[in-house]
Design a protein around this ligand. Structure first.
Ligand SMILES: *[C@@H]1O[C@H](CO)[C@@H](O)[C@H](O)[C@H]1NC(C)=O
Ligand SMILES: *[C@@H]1O[C@H](CO)[C@@H](O)[C@H](O)[C@H]1NC(C)=O
Ligand SMILES: *[C@@H]1O[C@H](CO)[C@@H](O)[C@H](O)[C@H]1NC(C)=O
Ligand SMILES: *[C@@H]1O[C@H](CO)[C@@H](O)[C@H](O)[C@H]1NC(C)=O
Ligand SMILES: *[C@@H]1O[C@H](CO)[C@@H](O)[C@H](O)[C@H]1NC(C)=O
Length: 398
């Protein structure tokens, strides 16, 4: 029992304790240049300097929004997924979506939700000290972050609507926003969902097992006062950089034993040479509440707000059950792009989402049969199996 406790405390410490500046610097020195550069620096390196904006949400979070100016069509907003950041759209360099769209002249806006490495700021809360900072899930990301980002873009461009491309949780935020604040439907012309995430009741193991265990895991983390996971400077991320970049064994441990079982196996698109770049950017901070909220959606088989239990729900929602998001209110045009080998956004769960959305204008199954949950952003050959569909959507729904 004592050994077990010490182990847990050790692991938890890795989540919460920061590596010293010296350690971080020497570990980062092991990474290739693209693993070390941040979004702004990568954008310059690949020929498209970005302008930075600070977006302040109604509830005081300060988010970083990047703009790569262009002249073609409506503004295009890219929204990343959970534990991820704007980086995800550019870490493939010349092969990435942000660079491809910028080369084609689109006016690009790349968002960051509260908590991640660029948006770990608040007008009054301190993310290192105040638990309240981390008291959010995809609900707040969709209800506060996304509308603040959209309004900033429309304000700066003078456009009346934008187009959006959103990966994983990034597209969940649109279902939350458009169902809770339906007036935003008319500000979004089309949203292309890569790896659509809404229902999670058909995911296979090991994720399904984690979902089953999630109430105990969340309680354990809360008991230890851990509400942030994946901090850029945590010991855990430092170990990730050290272990995952070891030749051969690093790929076997990190990618083949941990990442692929969860997201779907596709070693052609994520080869060992990309791992040292990837670990410099992923994961970045997410809230444990946000992860648990998704697990609740899987357990309850209902796309609803956070479940605080009967008493908590009564207090917060004046109802013993959390309010369900009404997908009937999502009227904006939606394109669903799915991978047959995606173990998180499964065909069966996307089918439920598709049957409940009113305006799915296209449903596309990736021609790459091995397409998993992250190939859309991290894949090496997205220009073959994904970008043509994106360009076609942007041209068709001007
Ligand atoms: C990127 O890194 C440079 C150099 O450290 C820094 O000046 C800049 O503020 C960083 N940009 C962001 C968005 O963090
Ligand atoms: C990216 O592509 C452009 C145009 O093909 C090329 O000029 C540039 O050198 C490439 N950048 C890198 C860092 O590979
Ligand atoms: C988190 O927010 C909910 C409702 O928004 C509130 O009921 C709860 O007390 C908050 N918890 C913390 C730790 O701030
Ligand atoms: C943007 O917001 C500013 C400040 O609220 C306002 O003065 C301006 O008219 C807005 N611009 C557009 C195009 O909505
Ligand atoms: C709470 O719900 C009850 C029953 O639906 C309703 O009568 C009451 O007005 C609600 N109270 C508030 C504060 O909304």
């Amino acid at each position: 029992m004592a050994v077990y406790k010490i182990l847990i405390i050790l692991i938890f410490n890795c989540l919460t304790v920061y590596a010293s500046k010296q350690v971080t610097e020497s570990v980062n020195a092991l990474l290739p240049e693209d693993g070390r550069l941040n979004f702004t620096q990568l954008a310059i390196k690949y020929g498209h300097p970005a302008i930075e904006y600070e977006v302040i949400t109604e509830d005081g979070y300060i988010l970083k929004l990047f703009h790569i100016p262009g002249t073609k069509g409506r503004p295009v907003l890219l929204m990343h997924g959970i534990a991820d950041s704007a980086d995800t759209w550019i870490i493939r360099g010349n092969l990435s979506l942000a660079v491809s769209l910028a080369n084609s002249g689109y006016d690009l806006w790349i968002g960051n939700i509260r908590g991640n490495r660029y948006s770990r700021h608040h007008v009054s809360l301190n993310p290192d000290e105040d638990d309240a900072f981390w008291n959010f899930s995809f609900h707040e990301n969709g209800f506060y972050d996304l509308p603040a980002i959209i309004d900033t873009i429309l304000n700066k461009t003078g456009a009346d609507m934008l187009n959006a491309i959103a990966h994983s949780q990034g597209n969940t935020l649109f279902y939350v926003l458009c169902s809770t604040r339906p007036e935003y439907n008319s500000k979004i012309n089309v949203m292309m969902a890569l790896a659509p995430i809404c229902y999670l009741q058909n995911v296979p193991p090991p994720l399904s097992i984690l979902i089953q265990l999630s109430p105990s895991l969340y309680k354990l983390l809360s008991d230890f006062d851990i509400n942030e996971i994946g901090n850029h400077n945590s010991l855990l991320n430092t170990f990730e950089k050290i272990i995952c970049t070891r030749p051969k064994i690093g790929y076997a441990i990190c990618i083949e034993s941990i990442v692929f079982p969860i997201i779907g196996y596709d070693n052609e698109e994520l080869k060992p040479d990309f791992v040292p770049v990837l670990v410099g950017h992923f994961p970045t901070s997410a809230s444990t509440k946000g992860l648990y909220h998704f697990a609740q959606v899987g357990l309850r088989k209902t796309f609803a707000q956070f479940d605080y239990g009967n008493a908590g729900n009564l207090e917060k929602y004046n109802s013993t059950l959390p309010p369900v998001y009404d997908l009937n209110l999502v009227t904006t045009k939606i394109v669903l792009y799915v991978g047959l080998n995606d173990c998180i956004s499964t065909i069966a769960d996307v089918a439920i989402l598709r049957s409940q959305l009113r305006n799915v204008v296209r449903y596309i199954v990736s021609p790459r049969l091995e397409c998993n949950h992250l190939d859309h952003v991290w894949g090496e050959h997205m220009n073959n199996y994904l970008f043509p569909y994106i360009y076609d959507v942007l041209k068709s729904y001007k």
